[in-house]
Design a protein around this ligand. Structure first.
Ligand code: FA5
Ligand code: MG
Length: 427
């Protein structure tokens, strides 16, 4: 998970019942940390990535077929302990991803996974040595065309014995992958496998760690070629892939991969050499592994030309009927309906209010009828020291025209919930 900063203060609101919350047909006790909204609760059973004719399902299957010797795992519950999501992976106690403002908590003991890495330990512990795991992940975030509080990731890993046999396997596989890539039209901007800022782990031999990092890079470059080769919108231009040094608490060295697409660099995935701690916790010592985590929406939006991340959740046949299992096709947008902007201004209560709390409340009240929500004004009165904020909500349906009465009534509901839940004073 990337570091996501911003305001730290977090609040909770509107659990479906004060003492219990129902998720995936089970009931859980709530506490002061509970912040899963009903809009989010409804997403848990959708499993978009498992539908064979949905762009996310098509992409998942395509990546799985690129790694035919890997075990493909899916259908794992999104409810995990904070230990699995964070502690087992070496996240420090004060990491911002843990904050109530950034992650969804069922209660103190249970949360919605924020990344598929939450399952690394379990999968390694099963003895899987080549695996892919796809799942829905949840993060509290802003509202716009490329951010949605639920998205999908695929985690992949390959384990090698920490022995001469492991080195031979790496050398052999690296030679084969290099030969394949040498024949293709791909330009790779690389970084050194290891550096002082992106080092091998103390328990790793640097030569061995370098071979694992190279295998990771070759495996992912070949995936990028399979997915994007010939589809970058640049005609006969070669595919451009850029490797960047990165930091994750659970890998070292670590990298991010970007692809140049329609004139822009786009971050596709994070990856690295798995921290030995993870393999030790999973009880598979004497092995080394690489792992990656990629965002399925990011890639699907490019490959299928899907302009708005909300479309993935559409149940409109005009969307769903356009896709065929096993095929990447270009989405033909149906007409865009008019948008309607409405502002709400209020005095922030003295205990503060996080942007993400406002965004989640809007989602909870109006669902996907809010295309985006922006903070357009924020000032603190010099005398009273009170803070006033103005948010602009863009109401637009992807499927139909909203009437004036309907938008007005949605907005009235948002304003009244803001007052009830956060005790804001409307201006
Ligand atoms: C992670 O989630 C790490 N678990 C990845 C990883 C796995 C690193 C294994 C090392 C080893 P990050 O937060 O950067 O990292 O997300 C990974 C990818 O998920 C991103 O590159 C992007 O493609 C996608 N992603 C992240 N945030 C969003 C978002 N808000 N909307 C859509 N896709 C996103
Ligand atoms: Mg990232």
């Amino acid at each position: 998970m990337a570091e996501r900063g911003g305001q730290r203060k977090a609040r909770c609101f509107s659990t479906p019942s004060p003492t219990a919350i129902s998720l995936l047909e089970k009931t859980y006790p709530t506490d002061a940390t509970t912040n899963v909204t009903s809009a989010i609760a409804q997403k848990l059973s959708r499993n978009l990535y498992l539908q064979p004719a949905h762009p996310l399902g098509i992409l998942r299957a395509l990546i799985e077929s690129h790694f035919p010797t890997f075990t493909a795992l899916s259908g794992w519950s999104p409810l995990v302990t904070p230990a699995k999501n964070f502690d087992d992976l070496g996240f420090p106690p004060d990491h911002p991803g843990r904050a109530l403002s950034d992650s969804y908590y069922v209660n103190r003991e249970l949360m919605l996974r924020t990344h598929t890495s939450a399952h690394e330990v379990e999968v390694f512990a099963r003895g899987e040595r080549r695996w892919l795991l796809s799942a829905d992940v949840y993060r509290r975030d802003e509202i716009d065309a490329s951010h949605y509080p639920v998205f999908h990731q695929m985690e992949g890993a390959r384990v090698f014995p920490a022995s001469a046999a492991g080195v031979a396997e790496l050398e052999d596989n690296n030679a084969r992958l290099s030969a394949h890539l040498a024949q293709s039209n791909i330009v790779i901007e690389d970084v050194p496998h290891l550096s002082t800022t992106n080092p091998a782990q103390p328990s790793h031999d640097a030569h061995h760690a370098g071979l694992v990092a190279l295998n990771l890079k070759l495996s992912l470059n070949s995936l990028m070629l399979a997915l994007f080769g010939g589809r970058t919108g640049a005609g006969e231009e070669p595919l451009r892939v850029r490797w960047i040094e990165a930091y994750f608490p659970f890998t070292s060295p670590s990298y991010e991969v970007e692809v140049f697409f329609h004139g822009k660099w786009l971050e596709i995935l994070g990856c690295g050499v798995v921290q030995q701690r993870t393999l030790d916790v999973a009880n598979v010592p004497n092995n080394v592994s690489w792992a990656f985590g990629l965002g399925l929406e990011r890639i699907a939006m490019i490959l299928f030309s899907i302009p708005d991340i909300r479309l993935f959740w559409s149940e409109d046949p005009r969307f769903l009927s356009q896709f065929t299992p096993g095929q990447i096709t270009t989405f033909k947008p149906y007409s865009k309906y008019p948008s309607c902007y409405k502002d709400v201004s209020f005095w922030v209560p003295s205990e503060g209010l996080h942007d993400n709390d406002v965004f989640d409340l809007v989602r909870d009240v109006v669902g996907d009828l809010a295309e985006d929500v922006k903070l357009i004004d924020n000032f603190t009165h010099p005398k009273t020291n009170r803070t006033s904020r103005c948010y602009r909500i863009n109401y637009r349906s992807m499927d139909r025209s909203l009437s004036n009465e309907e938008t007005n009534s949605l907005h009235v509901d948002v304003v009244s919930r803001l007052k009830d839940v956060f005790r804001v004073e409307i201006r």
